[in-house]
Design a protein around this ligand. Structure first.
Ligand code: NAD
Ligand code: GLY
Length: 375
């Protein structure tokens, strides 16, 4: 396991969940060996795997994975879904179920998700629900998916009334992360993932936040060792949290730092204008302002958090939105309990608290500051 941000990092991270434990294999070029890893993870009885991807990712990496699967004695059945957040829907899931049924897919077969968070969440949801659950492996290809969505077993599709409202917990059997695939990722997508990396620093590891700040140039020029180390540290933090609280009864809520306002921003902009990571970037800025206004974090530390987010890159404009719309959308958040919405607020860089007693006026004021670029 990785223990110190500044020391040499090992590249495999274990997620310890009893009989649902699995390994995250992280190394440049590991895609070539994905077949063997998948075979070992899914067990000797598996013969066929449904490779779920989208045309963009499949075009880049599909044949590498398929060749590797065949070398390992597995027959891949390809199923491509549409690109983008709108593909994360029940309609897409229905098509995937139909594909599995038409191919007489059995419980002893497996699913492989090759793509970003949209493909991973959708394929994971299909694997969780087809015949009450079949095993699956994640091969995440965006930075965001590599450090967050592929790990921890949250799978979901969106509903017209809100994001990720229909889903299941279903842990993958293995996660295979090849940082070289990030070389084809558009720069905006890389930045979107980096906001989530900053999130891990703020919630759990001040050294990580500082390391990201210091190494942005190396990250953007694809220093693969640097990227592998960064991905491993983020995965390690996520694995630690998930191992303690798999079903989000307590600690896991800290991973939602920035997501309450972030999800609301995605919803009011129709999931089109903002990337998920960008919405989380805004959400973290807003949460730092709420914490500052509530006296939970010193203003200097709150300003450092906002600077770290700004340093990753300019976020798309949202000045035309109304605070009222965002607050309304927050009311649909699935984390609302007994009418109260818990907020994850930083107390310093490296630690957060969960609070559901923050006055609404204070949250509204922070959202206004965000919309008017005061923060
Ligand atoms: P995405 O899956 O839409 O991928 C972004 C874009 O990059 C897509 O156009 C995709 O085709 C393209 N792409 C992917 N890999 C590529 C590569 N290597 N080279 C070139 N292009 C590539 O977006 P995302 O940011 O990866 O995921 C966002 C989704 O993840 C959201 O739906 C969000 O809710 C979900 N999410 C889930 C969890 C979880 O715990 N399950 C956590 C965080 C986010
Ligand atoms: N991305 C939040 C979680 O996995 O819990």
């Amino acid at each position: 396991m990785v223990s110190d941000t500044n020391k040499r990092v090992s590249t495999d991270v274990d997620v310890s969940l009893g009989d649902r434990s699995y390994r995250i294999a992280i190394s440049a070029g590991v895609l070539q060996d994905s077949g063997e890893i998948i075979r070992a993870a899914l067990g000797a009885r598996v013969r066929r795997v449904a490779l779920i991807s989208n045309p963009v990712v499949y075009g880049h990496y599909g044949s590498i994975v398929e060749k590797s699967l065949r070398r390992a004695g597995l027959a891949p059945l390809r199923h491509l879904i549409g690109d983008g957040e709108r593909a994360k829907s029940l309609r897409t899931a229905e098509r995937a179920w139909a594909f599995l049924i038409a191919n007489r897919f059995e419980r002893s077969d497996g699913v492989v998700a090759l793509g970003g968070g949209v493909v991973g969440d959708l394929a994971g949801f299909v694997a969780a629900t087809y015949q009450r659950g079949v095993p699956y492996v994640q091969i995440p290809t965006t930075l965001l998916a590599q450090i967050d969505s592929s790990v921890g077993g949250k799978t979901a599709v969106n509903h017209a009334l809100g994001k990720n409202l229909i889903g299941a917990f279903h842990q993958p059997r293995s996660v295979i992360i090849d940082p070289t695939v990030l070389q084809t990722l558009p720069a905006r997508e890389l930045r979107a993932g980096l906001y989530e990396a900053v999130k891990y620093g703020v919630i759990r590891d001040a050294g990580l936040a500082e390391k990201i700040d210091r190494n942005l140039a190396g990250i953007f020029t694809m220093d693969l060792d640097l990227l592998a180390g960064l991905i491993a540290r983020c995965c390690e933090i996520k694995a630690e949290v998930v191992a303690i609280d798999e079903r989000e009864a307590g600690l896991r809520r800290i991973l939602n730092f920035g997501h309450t306002v972030g999800h609301a921003l995605e919803a009011v902009t129709g999931y089109r204008r903002l990337k998920h990571g960008e919405a989380v970037g805004y959400g973290m800025k807003c949460a730092s302002a709420v914490a500052e206004k509530a006296g939970i974090i010193p203003p200097v530390a709150a300003a450092v958090i906002r600077r770290s987010i700004d340093a990753v890159g300019r976020l798309p404009r949202i000045g035309d939105l109304q605070a009222r719309q965002i607050i309304e959308a927050m009311a649909h958040d699935k984390k609302v309990s007994h009418g109260k919405l818990p907020l994850i607020l930083p107390t310093r860089i490296g630690d957060v608290v969960v609070r559901d007693d923050i006055p609404a006026g204070l949250v509204r004021s922070a959202i206004r500051d965000l919309l008017t670029s005061k923060i």
